[in-house]
Design a protein. Structure first.
Length: 255
């Protein structure tokens, strides 16, 4: 290699080492090629103060979008309002606003109208045989065919003088508000009166305590509410009356 060629070679080495790539053209002269690729994302410069700085994200060129509200998967809370219904369905019915000797209401309706559960609950006691006799007029027999229900609200509801009891209605069977329990009639001591449903409200007791079951709290205000679609509850009044009643020593009136 000639001296001139060596000089040209060494010069090329120095230029390459200085920070760029060069290519040899057809004319034997080094043309500047494309520089080494450099990332277009600028590197953040570390702070010199020794205090850490929060990283800053570049702003997006797209307009900000509001986030959709979070969707909860938890079930909705049960409503605290219980569903009460008027106990006679399918017919016109008129509830008496008073009752003889003890708290109750006679709901006058044609024979065969539905007696329905006034609230969700379970069947308490059922009497399918009419044992009433006018000569003895025993209190335990006056209701004739009857059904009582202990509601989910803890109150007992009683309907008597029925002409029939629905199939499958038996003690312990769960029922829903509005479910038919029987049909209005004239059994028991109602044989000599217009057909009606004797309706009583009380607290639950042991079986056959008919003097409480027949009615211990005046039901008129509740019947009037339910008849008009209201939801007036007897729970508080029944509890207060139960406390005032005291020890049970049997029938106290019209026995």
């Amino acid at each position: 290699m000639t001296r001139r060629a060596w000089v040209a070679f060494l010069l090329a080495v120095v230029i390459v080492g200085g920070g760029g790539w060069f290519g040899l053209s057809a004319a034997g002269v080094f043309d500047r090629a494309q520089p080494t690729a450099v990332s277009s994302t600028p590197r953040s410069t570390p702070p010199t103060t020794g205090v850490s700085q929060p990283s800053v994200r570049p702003r997006s060129s797209k307009p900000a979008q509001s986030k959709a509200p979070a969707v909860t998967t938890s079930p909705p809370r049960a409503s605290a309002v219980r569903r009460y219904v008027f106990p006679v369905g399918g017919c016109r019915a008129d509830a008496s606003q008073s009752h003889h000797d003890y708290p109750a209401s006679d709901i006058f309706a044609h024979v065969g109208c539905l007696f329905v559960a006034p609230v969700d609950g379970r069947v308490d006691e059922v009497t399918r045989v009419d044992s009433w006799n006018a000569k003895t007029n025993r209190g335990a027999d006056r209701g004739g065919l009857s059904v009582s229900v202990v509601g989910a609200d803890g109150v007992r509801y009683y309907g008597s003088h029925l002409s029939a009891i629905q199939p499958g209605i038996a003690p312990g069977v769960p029922v829903r508000a509005g479910q038919p329990l029987g049909r209005t009639g004239k059994t028991g001591s109602a044989q000599g009166t217009p057909p009606h449903l004797h309706f009583g409200i009380s607290w639950p007791t042991a079986p056959n305590m008919w003097w409480v079951r027949r009615g211990a709290v005046a039901p008129q205000q509740f019947l009037n509410s339910w008849h008009d679609g209201g939801q007036l509850s007897p729970v508080a009044l029944v509890a207060a009356r139960h406390r005032a009643y005291g020890a049970d020593h049997g029938c106290r009136s019209y026995c």
